[in-house]
Ligand binder design. Structure first.
Ligand code: ASP
Length: 447
């Protein structure tokens, strides 16, 4: 019998009601034998995520401010959950756990350690509640002394330790460095823990339980009732996530992709819904042209024009030199024969735009530079696009019909993604126009 690794995100394990939903999901399928849990997330819109409370404790510790009251909020939340779940102090001595954490903090334990305690305590609760074994992530997820994940060692540790447990709950988000210090992934990193476990255990599927039905073709804040995405390929998802479609941590795709393990995004609050399946090849449906549309605002575009640019050896190298002087990376780099557009994140450029442009002028001597820092980018993604004629024509016509001026086009070589740049003010209208052209006005009509 194969196994499923099931990761439950913060809102899926935020309180006792959610814990009970997890229990029935797990009981419904005995192959869900390895669970990864996040720290308790928000219970309602204005609630605070437990991890945020912990980061706040850490900030207080760093600034020598009293943090007991804040930590008491953390304690109270877990104690109340343990009580409502009927976990006796004999089975799980939470007070002792809290005291250990408090002593470690007083002893100078680092920020990653405190941030990780939400996952740690929640996994302890879940393991006791379900009658599963608790296996600490410090034994399984291994980082080197510089904080980089040691992939092979991690694979080896997981495949050696976890099969000894029939059913286990593992805290997400963190692991350990060689001398035992706790190290976390970036925010939302429990998704990565789940993916690493699924890969090492050769799971049949990596289930990622959240509070949405999976991916939608477009952002529901922009398009009314967008269609759900039933199946999407890893590569399509990567392109959409890069452009801002959230739900899954970007780095969670790589481990499972290497071994072709499908990821199934599911909704803890509607367990019967099949969600979105993320697979290696999603191109079965010949009628599907566009899988998803995503984008974000606030890019700075520096357009460079230089006669015979292609013959100017070292042009790109000098450009990258300027970027590295400012510790910047480019987001896109569409290029023509005598033109090149450097697309940068406006937030990362900050107030250095003038200096960057002057350096580019000095070091690259372009004939002409144009700067626009009011640009939004929209990616229209679909593996089916490469097999179809007229996709670009339909997209550009839709934008023209909506009276939107396209400022930049980038098709990349994968042929599964057409990126257009429009003015920030046209962003929402442009997404609705593209949705209308490819998916249909009936669902996506303007708001
Ligand atoms: N609890 C962590 C966060 O809030 C990690 C996670 O939930 O995946 O980012």
């Amino acid at each position: 019998m194969g196994i499923k690794v099931a990761k439950f995100g913060g809102s899926s394990v935020a309180d006792v009601i959610q814990f009970k939903k997890v229990k029935s999901i797990v009981e419904a399928d005995p192959t869900r034998s390895v669970l990864v849990v996040s720290a308790p997330g928000k219970r309602y819109e204005t609630d605070t995520k437990l991890t945020d409370l912990l980061y706040l404790c850490q900030t207080h510790v760093e600034h020598n401010l009293p943090w007991d009251q804040l930590f008491q909020v953390v304690r109270d939340r877990f104690s109340a959950m343990a009580l409502s779940l009927g976990l006796s102090a004999d089975a799980l001595d939470l007070e002792r756990e809290f005291d250990t954490i408090r002593d470690d903090l007083n002893g100078g334990a680092g920020g990653d350690y405190i941030a990780s305690r939400g996952e740690y305590l929640n996994a302890l609760l879940m393991a006791h509640f379900l009658g599963f074994d608790f296996v600490d992530a410090t034994e399984l997820i291994l980082f080197d002394e510089r904080g980089h994940l040691m992939e092979q060692e991690t694979q080896d540790a997981i495949s050696e330790i976890l099969p000894k447990h029939e059913r286990a709950v593992v805290p997400g988000f963190y692991g350990s460095m060689p001398e035992g210090r706790v190290k976390t992934f970036s925010r939302g990193g429990s998704d990565i823990t789940g993916a690493l476990l699924a890969k090492a255990l050769q799971a049949d599927v990596y289930e990622n339980w959240t509070d949405v039905h999976g991916f939608l073709v477009a952002d529901p804040r922009i398009v009314k009732n967008p269609q759900p995405i039933e199946t999407i390929s890893y590569q399509e998802l990567r392109e959409l996530s890069y452009m801002g479609a959230g739900v899954l941590h970007e780095d969670a795709i790589f481990p499972v992709r290497e071994t072709n393990i499908p990821i199934n995004i599911r909704n803890t609050n509607d367990a019967d819904h099949p969600g979105t399946m993320i697979v290696a090849d999603a191109s079965d449906d010949p009628d599907k042209i566009v899988t998803g549309i995503a984008g974000s605002k606030d890019f700075t575009v520096i357009a460079l024009h230089k006669h015979m640019m292609n013959k100017d050896r070292g042009f790109v190298r000098r450009l990258f030199g300027v970027l590295s002087d400012y510790d910047l990376n480019f987001e896109h780099l569409p290029k023509g024969i005598d033109t090149m557009s450097l697309v940068l994140s406006k937030a990362k450029v900050g107030d250095r735009l003038q200096d960057i442009v002057e350096d580019i002028e000095k070091k690259l001597e372009p004939d002409h530079i144009e700067v626009n820092d009011d640009i939004a980018l929209i990616a229209t993604v679909g593996e089916g696009m490469s097999r179809r004629k007229g996709v670009a024509a339909a997209l550009f016509t839709a934008l023209a019909d909506a009276d939107i001026n396209i400022r930049l086009i980038d098709q990349g070589s994968s042929e599964m993604n057409i990126i257009v740049g429009v003015l920030n003010g046209d962003f929402e209208r442009a997404i609705r126009a593209i949705y209308g052209a490819f998916i249909g006005e009936q669902n996506g009509g303007t708001q």
